[in-house]
Design a protein around this ligand. Structure first.
Ligand code: PDD
Length: 275
């Protein structure tokens, strides 16, 4: 069962107009929200970020926090996996013709739930491969936009290079991953690019910072040069579907992974899931 514009219906019956601006222009925003044991993780934070994306794109937020909660609760009850992932998309709606101009339209809201397969600690400790490439996306990546053509091509690049993630750099400075935020561990300090309009303010990123501080680690939100990343002791990425994941190889360079500091942060992060 999925939710589409006020109705709960089977996925096969969920249909939208070919004049939907999400279909024609990628004119919409989305959220991906993890659910652990029927517990929605940081729902308020995700809904606040959704509201920010909607404001930035001048799409009216169709629901209040409680309305979202009621819809999500109903959808989650109909999906029996232990851990789940919510995909929530709002487009500007259906226009009268294909025109870049838009008037006040009724947004299209689509929500679905899938099983979330998270890797366990044993699978994570060995680390994963990444490569670095140029960040050629637009400058407003703080908006979680459904226009993801560049990101789709990065995923293709990752598959072709047999790596888990593509790490992006702009003018020699690391921005984020193609679908994650980036951390480095350097001389016992954890560093992550500071939030600006050019990267997504990851909810997992926020929680990794919280876990690091709670375990008495020093955290710096600052510029990270590509050379700093390559000289780091460890590299991690974070996202709603990967949690905090060690990177053990970038190109030919290998990094230690799954060490004591990562374990400390990972273990604390697990405690946040049942808060
Ligand atoms: N992506 N940066 C980008 C570009 C992302 O696409 C994501 C997440 C993140 C991490 O954000 P969060 O911790 O809130 O998941 C950072 C999701 C998972 C996706 O598009 O599927």
């Amino acid at each position: 069962m999925v939710f589409l514009n006020g109705e709960f219906l089977p996925q096969k019956d969920a249909k939208i107009s070919t004049l939907d601006r999400g279909f024609l222009f990628g004119d919409g925003v989305y959220e991906v929200i993890p659910v652990y044991n029927q517990n929605i993780f940081k729902l308020t934070e995700h809904l606040n970020r959704l509201d920010g994306s909607l404001r930035a794109t001048k799409i009216k937020n169709p629901f209040t926090g409680n309305e979202y909660k009621n819809i999500l609760t109903k959808l989650l009850k109909n999906n029996f996996a232990k851990n789940q992932t919510i995909y929530l998309q709002i487009t500007r709606g259906v226009g009268e013709s294909r025109s870049h101009n838009f008037k006040n339209l009724t947004p299209t809201i689509y929500i679905r739930v899938d099983e979330l397969k998270i890797r366990n600690k044993n699978e994570l400790v060995c680390g994963f491969k990444a490569i670095i490439t140029k960040d050629i996306r637009w400058n407003n990546c703080y908006i979680k936009s459904t226009s993801l053509l560049t990101n789709v091509l990065y995923v293709e690049m990752a598959q072709a290079n047999l790596v888990e993630e593509i790490i992006l750099e702009k003018n020699g400075i690391i921005t984020e991953g193609a679908s994650s935020n980036v951390f480095i561990l350097s001389k016992n300090t954890i560093k992550t690019p500071k939030i600006n309009g050019e990267i997504l303010a990851g909810i997992t990123r926020e929680m990794v910072i919280k876990s690091a501080i709670a375990t008495n680690l020093e955290v710096k939100e600052c510029d990270i040069k590509t050379s700093d990343l390559m000289d780091a002791d460890e590299v991690w990425i974070s996202s709603s579907t990967r949690e905090v994941m060690p990177i053990s190889q970038i190109g030919d360079k290998t990094f230690s992974s799954g060490g004591e500091v990562w374990q400390q942060v990972y273990n604390h992060f697990q405690t946040l899931k049942s808060e």
